[in-house]
Design a protein around this ligand. Structure first.
Ligand SMILES: Cc1cc2nc3c(=O)[nH]c(=O)nc-3n(C[C@H](O)[C@H](O)[C@H](O)COP(=O)(O)OP(=O)(O)OC[C@H]3O[C@@H](n4cnc5c(N)ncnc54)[C@H](O)[C@@H]3O)c2cc1C
Length: 503
């Protein structure tokens, strides 16, 4: 039995956040040989085939820069490299092992999804989470595992980066992407300072908030930040909140995770304010996690995609039952259902929370806003003002009255390979060289570019699209190479001739 064992679903204790990882080095070494053999048998990675491109000034150009070395960035880079697009760089602002939300603002102990999902394995059995876990911790441990502890998931993703030799540059922030004579100029910041890269394509695998950032309701006064309020997505010093009274806005999974974390860390009480009278009961996202949705969504017309997305979005997902139990188990937890907050403001060093229909505001020491992420094609941070030229759903589709959802109109309207589309045709064609593989793609492509179940399908679709477009772009050079290709097949046979006469 390992430390990660969870055999009983109906229990309160879930292992602590900071697990020690003690994988079997021998098991992993053997396993890595298996990975190498699997890749060899599949012919991965193919030899590099795109043309070498330089800028007019002679600077080197990267074929594809992937921004983000989380799960989707790893899958995108690996899928491209497997297909012979090997001039790829992956840039991530975080240090190695700290990519994504898992060890920062994902304040749950285990992943919410089941352990059985393959992970970003791209169809290679030895790259699946299960294969890695069994090699690292043993088959019994796999049988005993209930859900995947966050730190274990990070261990797996880190291993994938290493075993696939992905060209990841950590502590590298992409500040800005701009068009540059048919290429993309990428302004980056590293510990050495500012620098520029040129690329033919950019993949934005920038995570859940990467297409618009945190959603903070208008009624939450910005003057509460930073000392009296935080979004669940921000760093929160829970030690400072010991003995304090915390208000939490929202009843989704992250709101519950933050409630539990605050109480576990010593908060005196947590009051969770939820607009709904009952929590959502059914996770429709899980009910639609099937190859039909994943592969078929993109073939639907705009009206069908919009209608389905509105249905899924309106339903909202319930928090996982483990998360609910974890918070309820703590002393000091209070939930207020059917209590919409209409204002949250500062009074000195306290937070006043005004509930609709109540005359007297409630007082707290700190506010945690658990209202999720915003998607707005015009607010993709790396594109700056350029992002206002990106086509949104509202530019391409007008839903009927009962299906109007203003927020959803801001989603980017993506092409079949996740490429951005220019709002006004002919103005910014270079936008199509940028592919958005994060939650912002959900309306155009279904739920394949964020959560674990769709990661392989998204990576495959993305890589295939980039391969096709590079091939088209490089056709002249590729044709030239073909004409130069002269490996003799019949040498050593009586039919070998050095120069073939024209028939
Ligand atoms: C709290 C939480 C819990 C979740 N739990 C689950 C779950 O249990 N199961 C599930 O299937 N899904 C879950 N998800 C959804 C999804 O799986 C995760 O969001 C996952 O991290 C998505 O992977 P990603 O590669 O798209 O993004 P991320 O893992 O967020 O990686 C994006 C990376 O991009 C980097 N980055 C962003 N902008 C820049 C920039 N400008 N320059 C350089 N680097 C940049 C970031 O540093 C980050 O490392 C959860 C999401 C959240 C927020």
């Amino acid at each position: 039995m390992t430390r990660y064992v969870e055999t009983v679903v109906d229990q309160h204790h879930i292992p602590a956040r900071d697990h020690d990882l003690h994988p079997s080095k021998v098991g992993l070494l053997d396993h890595e040989e298996r990975v190498a053999r699997d890749l060899e048998m599949l012919g991965y990675p193919a030899a590099n085939w795109p043309a070498e491109v330089r800028s007019p000034e002679g600077e080197p150009v990267t074929d594809v820069v992937v921004v983000g070395a989380g799960m989707n960035g790893i899958a995108a880079a690996a899928a491209l490299i497997f297909k012979g697009v090997r001039n790829v760089r992956v840039l991530d602002r975080n240090p190695a092992g700290r990519e994504g939300p898992w060890l920062s603002f994902a304040r749950m102990d285990t992943l919410r999804s089941p352990k059985s999902l393959p992970g970003p394995a791209l169809g290679v059995p030895s790259l699946t989470f299960r294969a890695w876990y069994e090699a690292a911790f043993g088959k019994d441990a796999w049988e005993d595992l209930y859900k995947i502890p966050n730190a274990v998931w990070v261990g797996y993703l880190t291993w994938l980066q290493r075993v696939l030799s992905l060209p990841v540059e950590h502590k590298t922030v992409v500040r800005e992407i701009a068009p540059a004579a048919g290429l993309l100029r990428i302004e980056i910041e590293t510990q050495r300072g500012l620098d520029t890269r040129l690329a033919r394509r950019v993949v934005l695998a920038t995570g859940r908030g990467g297409a618009g950032g945190d959603r903070i309701p208008e009624f939450a006064d910005r003057a509460l930040w930073p000392d009296l309020a935080a979004h669940t997505n921000e760093a929160i010093d829970f030690v400072r909140l010991r003995g304090k009274s915390i208000a939490i806005l929202g009843g989704g999974a992250s709101a519950w995770d933050n409630a539990a974390t605050a109480l576990e860390q010593g908060a005196a009480r947590v009051d969770m304010y939820v607009r709904r009278r009952t929590l959502p009961q059914i996770n429709k996202g899980r009910g639609s996690a099937s190859p039909g949705y994943f592969y078929g969504w993109g073939s639907l017309d705009d009206a069908e995609r919009w209608s389905l997305f509105v249905y899924l979005n309106d339903a909202q997902a319930p928090p996982p039952h483990e998360t609910v139990r974890r918070a309820m188990h703590q002393k000091g937890f209070n939930i207020h259902l059917g209590k919409p907050v209409e204002a949250a403001a500062r009074t000195g060093q306290r937070v006043l929370v005004h509930i609709l229909g109540e005359d007297i505001p409630r007082e707290h020491d700190f506010l945690i806003v658990g209202t999720g992420f915003h998607v707005d094609a015009a607010a993709i941070p790396e594109l700056g003002a350029w992002s206002r030229s990106v086509a949104r759903w509202r530019d391409r589709y007008a839903p009927p009255g009962n299906l109007q959802r203003p927020d959803l109109g801001d989603f980017p309207y993506l092409g079949p390979g996740f490429e951005l589309i220019e709002r006004n045709p002919g103005q910014h064609p270079e936008l199509s060289q940028i592919h958005l593989v994060n939650h912002g793609a959900a309306l155009s492509h279904g739920a394949i570019a964020s959560d674990i179940p769709g990661v392989n399908i998204a990576a495959e679709r993305l890589a295939t699209a980039i391969v096709s477009s590079l091939f088209r772009e490089d056709l002249k050079a590729i044709r030239h190479n073909l004409e130069q290709y002269d490996e003799p097949e019949l040498e050593g046979t009586p039919f070998f001739v050095r120069a073939v006469p024209r028939d």
